[in-house]
Ligand binder design. Structure first.
Ligand SMILES: [Ca+2]
Length: 228
């Protein structure tokens, strides 16, 4: 049995689960190995000292000098070995700006702006019935009102990072005028869904007015074609 095989077996015996190869030159064996990091294993009439963090090994016979054994785990860890799967970092939600305010981009995405200092509110009811608006900013299927506006012009933005298929219903509510007085207000709602954009516009003259309820339908995604 070769020394390298013995060393690898010794490493396996002590459970070198957390081994990571090191590109640095091997350090000399420690004068006083810390308990826990360095392990001694007797095999083939030799004593092997193993750094369980780096995988570096030394060996000696009796009380002789330590010989540098290198890192017997490294050659096995190189060619053709699958690297541990490292999950990609979570992707940041892209953003865009309306009226100098950053809103999150999604699909579907509903973004309301208007032309006065009145307080308009965007309401979106997601598939399943949860209503998302200023008082309940998150739905139960990933939808979120990430930007609310109370002092005019918008935007208000409700988005899904890939929402479920089904019907999304929306309406706009004239919640409050200026000091209780209604100011005529023109609003514009942009709806984005699967790369398509459409815009709906309307007017309010009275506090408490609501737009008609609009519906956006997200169709189920076609299954990916199978390669034969
Ligand atoms: Ca509002």
């Amino acid at each position: 049995m070769s020394k390298a095989v013995v060393l690898v077996m010794a490493l396996a015996t002590i459970g070198l689960g957390a081994y990571r190869g090191s590109a640095q030159a091997p350090a000399p064996p420690p004068a006083n190995p810390e308990i826990g990091r360095y392990q001694m294993v007797a095999a083939n009439q030799q004593v092997f000292l193993i750094d369980t963090v780096t995988g570096q090994c030394w060996s000696r016979r009796g009380q002789g000098q330590w010989d540098d054994e290198g890192n017997p785990t490294r050659p096995q860890a190189e060619p053709g070995v699958k690297k541990a799967a490292i999950p990609p970092p979570p992707q940041a939600v892209p953003v865009e700006k309306f009226n100098d305010v950053q809103v999150k981009v999604g699909s579907p995405q509903f973004t309301l702006v208007w032309d006065s200092r009145a307080d308009l509110d965007l309401h979106v009811i997601e598939p399943g019935g949860a209503e998302i608006f200023w008082e309940k900013r998150k739905g139960s299927k990933g939808g979120e009102l990430d930007v609310d506006d109370v002092d005019g012009f918008g935007p208000e933005n409700v988005f899904w990072n890939g929402g479920p298929d089904g019907s999304y219903r929306w309406f706009v509510h004239y919640y409050g005028g200026l000091g209780g007085l209604a100011v005529p207000t023109r609003w514009k709602l942009r709806i984005k869904q699967d790369g398509k954009v459409h815009v709906v516009e309307g007017n309010f003259d009275k506090v408490g007015e609501k737009s008609a309820v609009g519906t956006v339908r997200v169709e189920p995604k076609a299954p990916a074609a199978k390669a034969d």
